[in-house]
Design a protein around this ligand. Structure first.
Ligand SMILES: NC(=O)c1ccc[n+]([C@@H]2O[C@H](COP(=O)([O-])OP(=O)(O)OC[C@H]3O[C@@H](n4cnc5c(N)ncnc54)[C@H](OP(=O)(O)O)[C@@H]3O)[C@@H](O)[C@H]2O)c1
Length: 346
């Protein structure tokens, strides 16, 4: 019988350096495939690389697939996980449970197909081989093994939604679920990057919460993304606007709202330097939700102070209770968005 080593529920036993920190901020994790007594080993099928991370890797690789593979392999070989060194972000994965430690407390069984809902930036990972990269949807099929800690959250993949579709939606599950918590009936909501994956989910969820007396404004930088959002009836109003151009966008939203601005601004873009626009579009006492991993705390805090905005700002915690169910429910309730997402991501 295997002698299992005793693990910590949070996975601190896997931290190689610096010692004493948790797995997410750690620089290097031990990705030894032999599990500890409370861990789960997963046969990985597909990685869903966080959009900000994949965009940066693609940029550095000049779009070349072989170079993207090289960068990804290099990140994992050096650090034992897929935490992008430039954006700090991860993503998540789907795979099949292949081994469970005897002291793991949870419902999983060997053979279960799951999506991990903890970031790749803290998940010990070995990539044996990269099989296929689907650049347009940030998904990478691999042969490899990942480790789920005892504290790691996951979702059993649903039967009624194709796996790759569920993977891409669960990756951003926190966004529509937080939207459901912060948008109130009658609110005016601006979604920056509203034509993207999490953007459309947020728009649709915001419309549901804001109701008949509310207004959801979808902003995206490109005509094609706006047309995509329109095709699924994601919002009430659509604007082609540049989220890095704070003043220009302020003028557009100011005109559209008769100077009232937004009660809630949701930032789901995948590029940096969009903090100021998010802040400027929000009315006093309103809320800005920074889901984008390219958001910068210093820029947001000093930016709000600089323009004298008394607003609440929410860091885009990728987790909120029941987030997987909320995100999948958006697909179940909206035939058009489900069809579009199936075409784009399944
Ligand atoms: N907080 C968390 O836990 C968490 C988890 C997962 C992901 N994220 C982050 O969430 C963000 C969105 O992810 P996603 O998967 O939804 O990405 P996505 O599908 O790539 O959506 C991003 C959207 O932003 C748009 N955009 C790019 N530049 C713009 C500009 N200058 N002005 C206005 N819109 C612009 C993009 O337009 P085009 O497509 O036309 O370029 C796209 O529609 C990323 O930053 C990702 O890292 C956070």
């Amino acid at each position: 019988m295997t002698n299992y080593r005793k693990g910590n529920p949070l996975g601190t036993h896997r931290v190689v350096s610096p010692k004493g920190v948790l797995p997410q901020p750690a620089d290097i994790l031990d990705n030894d495939e032999r599990i500890y007594d409370n861990e789960v080993a997963i046969d990985v099928q597909t990685l869903n690389i966080d959009s900000a991370s994949f965009t940066e890797i693609e940029r550095r690789a000049g779009g070349d697939v072989e170079k993207i593979k090289e960068i990804m392999m290099d990140i994992v070989e050096k650090t034992g996980k897929h935490k992008n060194p430039w954006t700090g972000s991860g993503g998540m994965l789907i795979g099949t449970v292949k081994e469970i430690g005897p002291n793991y407390k949870g419902e999983l069984k060997v053979g279960d197909k799951i999506a991990t809902l903890v970031s790749l930036s803290l998940t010990p990972l070995v990539i044996d081989e990269i099989l296929e990269i689907r650049q347009e949807i940030d998904q990478v099929d691999i042969k490899g093994t990942a480790i789920l800690f005892e504290s790691g959250i996951y979702s059993i993949l649903p039967d009624d939604i194709p796996q790759n579709l569920a993977l891409s939606v669960l990756d951003v599950a926190g966004a529509p679920a937080q939207t459901a918590k912060i948008v109130k009936p009658g609110d005016t909501v601006v979604v920056l990057g509203g034509g993207g994956k999490s953007g459309m989910l947020c728009c649709v969820q915001a419309k549901k919460e804001a109701g008949i007396n509310g207004k959801v404004i979808c902003v995206d930088g490109f005509d094609a993304s706006i047309e995509r959002a329109k095709s699924v009836d994601a919002a009430d109003e659509y604007i082609v606007g540049n989220a890095t151009d704070a003043v220009g966008l302020f003028n557009q939203i100011s005109e559209l709202t008769g100077g009232a601005l937004a009660d809630v601004v949701i930032n789901v873009v995948n590029i940096p330097n969009t903090e100021m626009a998010s802040i400027m579009l929000c009315k006093d006492n309103g809320m800005v939700y920074f889901f984008s991993m390219a958001s910068d705390f210093t820029k947001a805090a000093l930016g709000a102070e600089g323009v004298g905005k008394d607003i609440n700002m929410l860091v885009g915690n990728g987790y909120t209770k029941g987030h997987a169910n909320v995100a999948l429910q958006v697909l179940r309730e909206n035939e058009k968005i489900r069809e579009l997402f199936a075409k784009l991501y399944a």
